[in-house]
Design a protein around this ligand. Structure first.
Ligand code: G16
Length: 543
């Protein structure tokens, strides 16, 4: 075994987005592309002697090859020890958990999350820091700068490691330990939730369906729900991870998890349904015939946090991304705690959790989590709901309606226009930005625009400032229209339009969501000229 220095040249476009570097698999397969980005990570971190690194991914196409390359590069950069999940598998929350438990220096996660996989699909890589969370922007910018300056990368010529056998091997001076990807994570979940109460509920005939969407959470859900909690075999469907996610789109929303929605709408539907995404950090919660929006789920978890043993002492604060509905804000008000509004991206929650300002965090994009780790956590949310259902002995629909009756309902929907012409999207956003001063104070179809701005976040912990995080029209009654461009797409631009309307009257809590938001959608099109500028008659996906 020797360490090679291989000449290389920078690639364009290696700037990490909302969550790491995401590109088509074919782009990652170009000789030196992955190596350059990994070299830039190591250059940014400095030499690795004495350090432990965690490594794993969601099992998508190119995962195994990438793991082998990164192991050989870690060895070339003097990393003391790498903990790698068996089969190269670790869900995003499991990486965060393992980093924290083993006091690792950081971790590399291989995933493009909910983006489709396979040879023509997407691949991704991101770096997580020692607190277990995504690298902050300062670090990702430094990595990007290094990708543009490097002239070579270093790699050991060692043969591949057998990733399917647990135990330790050496590459150069680096110890590579293949670990059980589920064990540490399952242990943490058992500490946070009342597994006895959930077990009793399953024993008494409670039925659930968990759709793992052929992605990474399959092995985690099977081990925890079926083996540890006694849910009947078959509770987890699509549980075997596949390199192309079975050809599906592993994004747990009512559109992509249509199979689960159909099961939950049938006359003999189980009591509870849930789904998770490609890398296991997103979740969707479904009751019989009713899907819970992620914004409502965060609010309900916050309002009921103390039912779970891990949160029995209460929560210090809540944080939500700006486009997420304000349902959680109402709970925070009632609890007398703070609610923080951050830009889109889990990385913005890290400081708040480290400073103990927020215990629970959530995003409209099907992400919910807490300070148990520093990533959003799909199964965690599902286990919280199971714990809640076991303690309250009520249906999902009852819990939802009781919550709305107490706090009011924030009708909420996101309209995505995917793969639109990037220049048209930029033109639309620029024109909107220019119109903001004129929009403030206007009456638009019965709505008075109280504020119109481009969201700026001032991090209360480190003072960093993030600008241009989404264009907001905030109405006097609290209704909102938000526009932003996705930072995770890999084709053209994706315009996200977020609509929210508050309804205090319980007699009006069962209106169809799109109907409830129709006027706001009309205003949004009028002010942005979206349909004309993009040539799109309707959204690609409505959630
Ligand atoms: C990532 C981030 C999330 C963000 C989501 C959507 O999720 O971790 O914080 O909400 O992208 O981002 P965008 O609207 O920019 O596409 P994931 O699950 O893809 O890692």
């Amino acid at each position: 075994m020797t360490i090679q220095t291989v000449a290389s040249t920078p690639f364009a476009g290696q700037r990490p987005g909302t969550s790491g570097l995401r590109k088509k698999v074919t782009e990652f397969q170009q000789p030196g592309y992955l190596e350059n980005f990994v070299e830039a990570i190591f250059l940014t971190l400095g030499e690795g002697s004495g350090r432990t690194l965690v490594l794993g991914g969601d099992g998508r196409y190119f995962n195994r090859e990438a793991v082998q390359t990164i192991l050989r590069m870690a060895a070339a950069h003097g990393v003391a020890r790498v903990l790698v999940g068996r089969g190269g598998i670790l869900s995003t929350p499991a990486v965060s958990c393992v980093i924290r438990k083993h006091a690792a220096f950081g971790g590399i996660v291989l995933s493009a999350s909910h983006n489709p996989g396979g040879p023509d699909g997407d691949f991704g890589i991101k770096y997580n820091i020692g607190n277990g969370g995504p690298a902050p922007e300062k670090l990702t910018e430094a990595i990007f700068a290094n990708t543009q300056a490097l002239a070579s990368y270093r790699i050991s010529d060692a043969p591949p490691v057998d990733l399917d056998v647990l135990g330790a091997v050496r590459i150069e001076n680096t110890e590579v330990e293949v670990i059980d990807p589920v064990a540490d994570y399952a242990q943490l979940m058992a500490r946070l939730f009342d597994f006895d109460a959930i077990r009793t509920m399953f024993k008494s005939g409670f039925r659930m369906c968990f759709d793992a969407m052929h992605a990474v959470s399959g092995p985690y859900a099977t081990a925890i729900l079926e083996d540890m909690l006694g849910a009947p075999k078959g509770t987890v469907i699509n549980g075997e991870p596949r390199e192309d996610f079975g050809g599906g789109h592993p994004d747990p929303n009512p559109v992509n998890a249509a199979e689960l929605i159909a099961i939950m709408s049938a006359p003999d539907a189980p009591d509870f349904g849930a789904a998770s995404d490609g890398d296991g950090d997103r979740n969707m919660i479904v009751g019989r015939g009713i899907a819970v929006t992620p914004s409502d789920s965060l609010a309900i978890i916050a309002a009921n946090a103390t039912v779970a043993p891990g949160y029995a002492g209460g929560i210090t604060g809540i944080a939500r991304s700006m486009p997420t509905s304000a349902a959680a804000d109402r709970v925070a008000d009632a609890l007398g705690i703070s609610c923080f509004e951050t830009p889109t991206g889990w990385k913005y929650f890290g400081n708040l959790m480290d400073a103990n300002l927020a215990t629970l965090c959530g995003e409209e994009s099907y992400g919910t989590g807490s300070n148990h780790i520093r990533e959003k956590d799909g199964l965690w949310a599902v286990l919280f709901w199971l714990n809640l259902l076991a303690v309250r002995a009520k249906s999902v629909s009852e819990i939802l309606h009781e919550h709305w009756a107490r706090f009011g309902r924030n009708y909420y929907s996101r309209h995505d226009y995917e793969a639109v012409d990037a220049a048209a999207a930029d033109t639309m956003m620029a024109a909107l930005r220019a119109r903001l001063p004129d929009l403030a104070g206007r009456m638009l179809d019965g709505h008075h625009v109280a504020e119109a701005d481009d969201f700026v976040y001032n991090d209360p912990v480190d003072g960093s400032v993030a600008t241009r995080q989404g264009i907001r029209l905030i109405m006097s009654d609290g209704s909102r229209i938000v526009f932003r461009l996705s930072g995770t797409g890999t084709e053209g631009a994706t315009i996200r339009l977020y609509l929210e309307r508050y309804e205090p009257d319980p007699a009006r809590h069962d209106i169809d969501t799109q109907e409830a938001l129709a006027r706001l959608a009309g205003i949004a099109d009028e002010v942005s000229d979206l349909r004309r500028l993009t040539g799109r008659e309707r959204p690609t996906v409505i959630t």
